[in-house]
Ligand binder design. Structure first.
Ligand code: SAH
Ligand code: SF4
Length: 347
């Protein structure tokens, strides 16, 4: 126990550990150690961001996807998934509503291969023209380098592309042969080089995840130095090949959030919907463990159920305004406050 606490202390001070040390920390998780890590992480987060929680309006633009990731309900082989794609007008209506709620970042997320780069660029230009004080985040999967460059030139500020796992063999267990770890990494390098605020991330407890592969994820975040990192528990979706696998744990996700905060004190770190699904108070506990971002759903209510990455997803019934109010109350109840700001990374 003392050894583990000493590692946490060193991580809080130097923001680096060896791969072997990360593995020791992951494998050594106990409730007491997690509480200790959360306390150190909370102090670092407060030093950079105070009690401000940044809010991102999440617009789930399409449930169509050309990929076939084994874990995801939107995978192309899932005949049970209801497919939709929002029109540009619908997406802009979501932004309009979100702006009124005080959101100054819009995240356009969806399956891969639906929107051409030219289409994405046109949308980004329109959003930036109408709401110049807002940031646009894209989360639309893998594109060639030139396409990312065009999106950046069109004004997109941020890009979320979870690496899913930093271990190539584990990556191959989660994805079919057509998808490659190397290309995912190429995308992340491109995004960073193009000046996007870049987000990587991973599912916690996906099939085959071990303390060893989780240690690789932590080392990857330490070395890649992303501006954002999205993590949430793996949650099975019944119509996928991994539908009978056990879910990832909320407790482990919370502990990893704390370790990520210790690795990068200024990281934009969301308490995700998947965490809120795995535990009723998951997002509040995520903030208390070191997160500083929440992403309420801004999608039209009639499509919410169809964007079923995993089973049991919360917030599929509420109107966007209710989601915003619910999250604001949840944050206030734990002594934090949602702020009206773009919420860029603080240096
Ligand atoms: N198509 C884009 C963005 C949409 S998927 C992409 O893949 O990058 C967004 C994220 O949802 C994925 O990166 C993955 O980490 C997460 N996800 C997918 N299926 C999930 C599941 N069953 N449980 C938890 N998270 C899941
Ligand atoms: Fe498509 Fe993303 Fe789901 Fe993979 S995780 S199937 S790329 S939506």
């Amino acid at each position: 126990m003392m050894k583990h606490e000493a590692l946490i202390d060193r991580l809080a001070q130097t923001h680096t550990l060896t791969l072997a040390e990360y593995e020791v920390l992951v494998a050594g998780q106990t409730p007491a150690l997690a509480a200790y890590a959360a306390q150190r992480a909370d102090a670092l987060r407060r030093a950079v961001y105070g009690t401000d929680v940044y809010v991102r309006g999440l617009i789930e633009v399409s449930s169509v996807c050309r990929n076939d990731c084994y874990y995801c309900g939107l995978r192309r082989s899932n005949a049970a998934c209801e497919r939709y794609t929002l029109t540009d007008a619908q997406i802009l209506e979501c932004c309009e509503a979100g702006y009124g709620y005080g959101f100054r970042t819009f995240v356009l997320q969806g399956g891969e291969g639906v929107f051409t780069a030219a289409h994405v660029c046109a949308l980004v230009r329109e959003i930036k023209a109408r709401w110049p004080d807002c940031a646009v985040t894209l989360s639309l999967g893998e594109y060639p380098t030139a396409d990312y460059a065009a999106m950046r030139a069109a004004g997109a500020d941020r890009y979320l592309l979870r690496h899913e796992t930093a271990d190539p063999a584990h990556y191959a267990r989660l994805h079919p042969a057509g998808m490659s770890f190397e290309n995912r990494m190429r995308c992340l390098r491109d995004l960073k080089a193009l000046g996007f605020q870049t987000g990587c991330g991973f599912m916690v407890g996906s099939p085959g995840h071990t303390p060893q592969t989780l240690a690789q994820d932590l080392k990857f975040v330490e070395t890649f130095q992303p501006e954002m990192c999205g993590i949430g528990p793996f949650l099975p979706q019944k119509d996928t090949p991994m539908g009978k696998e056990p879910p990832g744990s909320a407790e482990q996700t919370l502990y990893l959030l704390s370790l990520l905060r210790l690795i990068r004190p200024n990281l934009l770190l969301p308490a995700t919907t998947a965490l809120g699904t795995a535990a009723q108070d998951g997002r509040e506990r995520g903030i208390l463990a070191g997160a500083n971002v929440v992403m309420p759903n801004l999608s039209p209510v009639e499509v919410r159920e169809k964007y079923a990455l995993y089973d049991g997803k919360i917030c599929t019934g509420e109107e966007s305004a209710q989601c915003r109010d619910c999250l604001a109350r949840r944050m206030e109840a734990i002594g934090f406050r949602i702020v009206t700001a773009r919420g860029d990374i603080r240096q």
